[in-house]
Design a protein around this ligand. Structure first.
Ligand code: ATP
Length: 258
């Protein structure tokens, strides 16, 4: 069985994620894609995320119609940031020897891979499928790799040369239908996805008007966002809310005793 891990914040899941998953499943003959929302994404700790339960529920709705897609609790609460190296090893330990595992990721996330925890080990665990955007190429994929895995300058030159349309290897090495296989890393490019949408955009749009949501997220997800009133206003953080409640209580006590 061919299995892919697709991690992210999914706050919320949107048409871009679904298009990436569909294109990858079709192109690589994947039998199963695990969509795993991260409880604590190591790279996105600046803003308060929507509760994990809501992000998971939206994924369950979005993946319901395709039997290859499975919402996953692999990166649910552990009390620590969800490092991909740990998740992938945990997932691998549940697979059969005959199964093949892929790591599905967008180019915007892959370009920071060298800053992730144990990147060399992670890249060695399984093959990567990188959903590129127009203008991204295999040379940029190589440039994103940790220093120790980067191809030699001569190899990079030949890759660039082939990408520019020269030589017999053009089709294999080009960003159009490319893959790069180096010692310790194999990356396949998935160039067919052109959904220019991000969760950031959707959260901003939802704060203004929830009506337009169906353009960016599956209909069932749009309905869930409306029903649960997600993203409509900047809700206070739990700490601020607790402080506010505490203040109100002490005011009430003060007036009772004073
Ligand atoms: P945010 O805007 O909050 O940063 P996001 O839209 O990038 O979120 P994530 O949940 O962080 O969504 O992304 C999960 C994965 O999906 C990442 O690997 C990311 O690169 C990829 N991805 C997200 N949107 C797209 C898109 N429109 N096209 C291709 N890949 C995408």
């Amino acid at each position: 069985m061919k299995v892919a891990f697709f991690g992210g914040t999914f706050d919320p899941v949107h048409r871009g994620h679904m298009a990436v998953a569909r294109a990858a499943a079709d192109k690589f003959g994947l039998d199963r894609i695990y969509f795993a929302p991260a409880d604590i994404p190591p790279h996105k700790q600046k803003r308060k995320l929507t509760d994990f339960q809501h992000r998971f529920a939206m994924l369950a709705l979005a993946t319901a119609d395709d039997k290859r897609f499975v919402p996953s609790l692999l990166d649910a609460y552990t009390g620590e940031p969800n490092y991909s190296i740990n998740t992938i090893r945990r997932l691998k330990s549940t697979l059969k020897k005959s199964d093949k595992l892929y790591f599905l990721i967008g180019m915007d996330a892959f370009k920071d891979i060298a800053t992730w925890r144990q990147p060399e080990e992670l890249l060695a665990e399984c093959e990567f499928i990188v959903a590129s955007r127009p203008g991204f190429s295999l040379t940029q994929v190589c440039a994103a790799l940790p220093q120790s895995l980067q191809p030699s300058a001569a190899m990079m030159r030949s890759l660039r040369w082939r990408q520019n349309g020269h030589g017999a290897g053009f089709h294999k090495a080009s960003a159009g239908d490319g893959h790069v296989s180096l010692p310790g890393v194999t990356v396949h490019l998935l160039p067919d996805v052109h959904e220019h949408v991000s969760s950031t955009q959707i959260r901003a749009a939802a704060r203004k008007s929830v009506k337009q949501l169906s353009r960016y997220v599956p209909a069932s997800v749009a309905e869930y966002i409306r029903k649960e009133r997600l993203y409509v206003g900047q809700s206070p953080s739990p700490q601020k809310e607790a402080i506010r409640r505490g203040k109100m209580l002490s005011l009430q006590r003060g007036s009772q005793h004073g």
